[in-house]
Design a protein around this ligand. Structure first.
Ligand code: SF4
Ligand code: SF4
Length: 117
């Protein structure tokens, strides 16, 4: 079992999840293929220990257990796993403190992705 970071993280990347992951398995892409690896964080499915502590830390509500990933974000499970094909281009990011989004911003982000959950 692994957890998955969905598109709700795109361009948000405040890294709250990185701070709490006990095994440092949440990564940022450092390469230049933004089409394949868009600007979000990624969970290595082989390193994730299914502890679930990252999920409540995400202010954008972007993290789901693989079996609970909403239909609309199904492709994100595959996207996170693509890290395994290019692991040398990923690193655990330096944590940057960013302002917590307002409930309105979180709702607007979900709306942007067509997610009503
Ligand atoms: S806490 Fe959520 S929005 Fe922030 S980087 Fe992690 S997954 Fe992305
Ligand atoms: S579930 Fe636990 S091990 Fe997996 S990414 Fe989240 S914090 Fe890390």
């Amino acid at each position: 079992m692994t957890w998955v970071i969905t598109s709700l993280c795109r361009d948000c990347v405040d890294q709250s999840c990185v701070q709490v992951c006990p095994v440092d398995c949440i990564y940022a892409y450092t390469g230049d293929d933004a089409e394949t690896f868009p600007n979000q964080l990624y969970i290595d499915p082989e390193e994730c220990i299914d502890c679930s502590v990252c999920e409540p830390e995400c202010p954008w509500e972007a993290i789901f257990q693989d079996e609970q990933v909403p239909e609309i974000f199904q492709d994100d499970t595959t996207l996170n796993a693509k890290i395994l094909d290019a692991k040398d281009q990923f690193e655990v990011p330096e944590v940057e403190e960013l302002p917590t989004p307002t409930p309105e911003q979180v709702a607007k982000n979900k709306e942007k992705w067509g997610f009503t959950g």
